[in-house]
Design a protein around this ligand. Sequence first.
Ligand SMILES: [Zn+2]
Length: 141
Amino acid sequence: MCEVVPSSSGVSERMRRQSRRDTSPEVLLRKSLHASGLRFRVSYPVPSCPRRSIDIAFTRVRVAVFVDGCFWHGCPQHGTWPRANADWWRAKLQLNILRDRNTDDLLINEGWTVLRVWEHECSRDAAGRVAQVVASRRQLL
Ligand SMILES: [Zn+2]
């Protein structure tokens, strides 16, 4: 975030909104998971790439959950491409998406199951999906 210099108030307004919203869908999901009795680690380092972190990690069953912001991670429904500095933004957002796919690959190669939840998804539905995957992985242990 620190290197980002928005060129227009429209973009800076979006970023301000976005950074505030970025955390709350994850917090809601964590609350739902916790309420259903699940225990997990938060911001857990990706084993082969500790500079990156898993938003919600079930380390024993190796389930990694990411809550992706619609703007930063290019949601097909809500991802937008800013018009000011279009090339710079396109490169920046595409890099984010490539990094996400690469993180998925690293984790899958290490035997993890990766779940990505969009910030626009209902946190209770998402928690249900996560709980199902965690339960089925437990049966394999
Ligand atoms: Zn979205």
